[in-house]
Write a protein that binds this ligand. Structure first.
Ligand code: FES
Length: 168
């Protein structure tokens, strides 16, 4: 038979156990509530696809119709936590007041940088004699396909491209 003192102890102990369990549940709940958004914030950049923003190539006024111009540019690439600064170039051909074609500067044979020959009115690759017309079509040599292109658009008098190369 329990004495009054033992009954008090067991009531006190039960209260302590209840408070302890309640505190543990609350701590677990609060910890979980804080952990989920924190982990989401930390992990989410690595789950997103890399940014592919528009890259400005400058004013459209610098490009003459029918006269290819090579343009060097910088672009930033976000990939997860890392932001890379890259330099690249492109060949721009203005076809009309509002229509542009922007070529990747790597030859479609083995990737050599090609150039524009104003004399021949053709793009010429020095590595293996690849020749392309002003619209990127293969005219001679070993390149297996036309020049690759960047998507482009004109906004507020400036030419922009996306760093997505479309196979020729
Ligand atoms: S890399 Fe241009 S022709 Fe071979």
């Amino acid at each position: 038979m329990a004495t009054d003192s033992e009954a008090d102890d067991s009531g006190e102990e039960g209260r302590r156990r209840f408070l302890s369990r309640t505190a543990a549940v609350l701590v677990t709940f609060i910890g979980g509530a804080l952990a989920v958004p924190t982990i989401g914030h930390i992990v989410s950049p690595t789950l997103k696809p890399a940014d592919n923003p528009l890259v400005p190539l400058g004013s459209v006024d610098q490009f003459e119709i029918g006269k290819p111009l090579k343009v060097d540019f910088l672009y930033y690439k976000n990939d997860g936590w890392v932001q890379e600064r890259n330099s690249a170039s492109a060949w721009v051909v203005r076809k009309s007041q509002s229509e542009f074609v922007v070529f990747d500067p790597a030859c479609t044979h083995l990737g050599c940088p090609y150039g524009w020959s104003a004399e021949q009115n053709q793009f010429v690759c020095p590595c293996h004699g690849g020749v392309f017309s002003i619209d990127g079509t293969v005219l001679a040599g070993p390149p297996p396909r036309p020049l690759d292109r960047f998507q482009n658009s004109v906004q507020d008098g400036k030419l922009f491209i996306r760093q997505v190369v479309q196979r020729g």
